[in-house]
Design a protein around this ligand. Structure first.
Ligand code: NAG
Length: 385
């Protein structure tokens, strides 16, 4: 009974603990809402987000609130009065920034700052009201500028507005109250007007208005003429220059003793990596228990694999011994009892016999000895013959 209670407790423990363990593993470790907010945005961007949200509110409420009125004429009349009503503004403001998941904090902040200006705008004649973005973000809150204007006073970006920064960059602060109007070039371009190729890029095309630069081959360093490994000015570390082939990868793993003796070497373009051998190996030429040079202590070679020596083999043998000793003990006890009382003796004898038969049968169907044999059997050997 003590054993049973213990086992029951074990089961309860297992069922109570295991699921929580599994669930903990499955729960994501990163807060998704913080991940979504990872990139902070400037005031002008926040104002744009707010204006977009307000426009969505206008759309949402465009069909009026009194759909399904008693009569068509009544509905029409109510719709008209709702269009520029305080009530519609409140309906819009109730839903403001609600669909905004990434920048909801900044959006609400802008909504608060622009509240009085929104009311001003709302009071204008609807047919004459200026563009909401210009009115709120550029004119009133002064956080944005019109396109191709920058800085505190919305100075026009220098140069030809049709082809700012040669089309390969943007004017710093474009559309915002920030920046100094100089060019911020795209990757691969440099120069005041983004009309030169950056280091490790080469000129693919150029005319009076346009320049196109392209990246050198990844084995190059210090620039190139064209895009292949033959056009490099010099080769990156991990590559050697070949007169016919250009920059070629060096296979570092061909050099002896690149990694320590419990690691194997893996070549990669321009580099190599040392990775620890499988724990069943003592030295290896690749990953996994089938790539060992020798087996580690406690493991032995079975076919291609290094397999852990079974410790419970002894234990299972011990258990079998104990079982047989129990049978002998019981039989001896029956033997002692039998001459004293035939009826009691034969009863006990029958019980002992059925116990032994039951126990052996139980062992057989649970595959106690059989399972051990199966596990020991090397399946891989089957495929070798
Ligand atoms: C403009 O701003 C950039 C980056 O903020 C800076 O690197 C650059 O020197 C500035 N240029 C001038 C002319 O002020």
């Amino acid at each position: 009974m003590v054993m049973n209670t213990k086992n029951v407790l074990k089961c309860v423990f297992a069922f109570a603990i295991l699921p929580t363990g599994i669930c903990t593993v499955r729960t994501p470790a990163v807060n998704p809402s913080i991940l979504a907010q990872s990139k902070p945005i400037g005031d002008c961007q926040a104002c744009k987000v707010f204006v977009e949200s307000f426009k969505q509110g206008l759309e949402r409420t465009a069909r009026g609130k009194y759909e399904g009125g008693d009569a068509a004429w009544e509905e029409e009349k109510l719709k008209k009065s709702y269009k520029r009503s305080e009530m519609r503004l409140i309906d819009i403001q109730d839903g403001i920034c609600k669909d905004e998941t990434k920048h909801s904090v900044q959006c609400h902040h802008m909504a608060e700052k622009s509240e009085e200006f929104i009311e001003e705008w709302w009071a204008q004649d609807p047919d004459e009201s200026t563009d909401l973005f210009s009115y709120i973000c550029v004119e009133r809150l002064k956080v944005c500028c019109p396109t191709h204007h920058y800085g505190k006073d919305c100075t026009p970006c220098p140069g030809n507005h049709e082809n700012l920064c040669s089309g390969n960059g943007k004017c710093r602060g474009d559309g915002t109250r920030k920046g100094n109007g100089t060019c911020l070039c795209d990757a691969g371009y440099t120069g005041e007007n983004c009309d030169h190729c950056d280091i490790d890029y080469y000129q693919m095309y150029k005319d009076s208005a346009k320049i196109v630069c392209s990246q050198c081959h990844f084995s190059c360093t210090g620039g190139c003429r064209h895009g292949t490994q033959r056009d490099c000015v010099a080769c990156k570390a991990g590559f050697i220059f070949d007169l016919d082939e250009g920059c070629l990868d060096v296979n570092e793993c061909e050099e002896p003793n690149k990694c320590s003796k419990d690691e194997f070497c893996m070549n990669s373009l321009g580099s190599y990596a040392c990775t620890a051998c499988d724990k069943s190996c003592k030295g290896c030429h690749g990953d996994g228990p089938d790539m060992c040079r020798k087996c580690a202590k406690g493991y032995s070679k079975k076919g291609e694999f290094c397999i852990q020596d079974r410790e419970d083999e002894d234990q299972s043998e011990k258990l079998t011994h104990t079982r047989y000793m129990t049978y002998i003990g019981l039989l001896i006890a029956t033997g002692i009892l039998l001459p004293k009382s035939t009826s009691l003796g034969s009863l006990v004898g029958a019980m002992v016999l059925s116990y032994i038969l039951g126990a052996e049968y139980y062992c057989m169907i649970n595959g106690h000895t059989g399972l051990v044999d199966l596990k020991d059997f090397d399946l891989m050997q089957l495929f070798h013959y």
